[in-house]
Design a binder for this molecule. Sequence first.
Ligand SMILES: [Zn+2]
Ligand SMILES: [Zn+2]
Length: 369
Amino acid sequence: MFPSSSTSSAAFAPLATHDPSSKDDLPFTTAPKKSPAYWTTPSDSSSSYSALADRIQVLVEVTSSRLGPILLVIASVLLSLTIYCYFAVFIPFHYQWPEGTGPGENLGYLSTMVWSLYLVWGILANYYFAVQTPPGTVMDGVSSDNQEASFQDVLLEMESFTRFPPTCRQCHLPKPERTHHCSICKKCILKYDHHCPWINNCVGHFNHRYFVMFLTYLTMACVYFLYMGIGPFMLLVELNANNMEWPYPLPQALVAFSEVLAVIMGLAVGGMGSWHWYLTLTAQTTLEQYNNNLIKDICKRKGDVFSNMYDFGIFGNLLNFFNVGPRGHYPWYTVLLPIRIPPIGNGKKFEKSSRGFVLDFGQDADEIV
Ligand SMILES: [Zn+2]
Ligand SMILES: [Zn+2]
């Protein structure tokens, strides 16, 4: 089960940080203030592939950082369009047009409005929180500008006192467990999941919940939008066929576009949301899942069984993620409220499961990226 009970804490540092660029984990004493040329420049012509990969990476980073604000505007416009379409066309279609009782007398209308407004609140609030909430950086809570003092402050918050903590090559600061350097934000992000251009922000320790809940509400809303949109779509086709006037304020083309958009968005966001729910239930980030799979393979070859050290079972992981119940600080029903709720802890140290796996990487370390 545990291949190396004598493994030192330094030995499992790459597992703890889950950094795909484990080469960045340099001892503090050897990390220079400025990256020397031999780190950033290919040493000879044999590394032309590496140089090409570097250029592509730079291109992707520049494009992502430039596209971020544009995608943010596009997402906001598309969300606004579909919400307007729903309340200006779908709701009147089902409850006020062509003939119907007044909204106040209609229980169906009231319950639909409450449910619809709840979904809209869930989408907009979580999107806003995901965009606005800093994901968390190594320098959070560190007041000193002095590099050495900052280094020590971070170590204190990590509760790590080793002389050679994993250190980021770019930031020259210790990397707490689950931290990774985002090359677009140019910071080390706590419990890094990924950089999302659609929120123009990293998904990390402090906004992970909002990102997952945004995907969840948006998926539910897409399904409900399409359900409510069947009738208006049939009417649209019928009126078009008979050259009759469209009685709603939003043009037919935009209504049709909204419905197509809901199908595409529902599939894309639903797929991504399902993936993130799987990661949440198994206490992994996107990055960790990749590394954990590699470690699982290594363990399998050695005849061992891998167990994620942050995994407390599905129920425990849910309580941890949402900071609720006996493991958290908030009542369970706050999961259903689209409000700001901070995660457990400062993102620089995490509770470990007693079933957690400690791997003595040895030569296998090269396989962990
Ligand atoms: Zn960094
Ligand atoms: Zn980022």
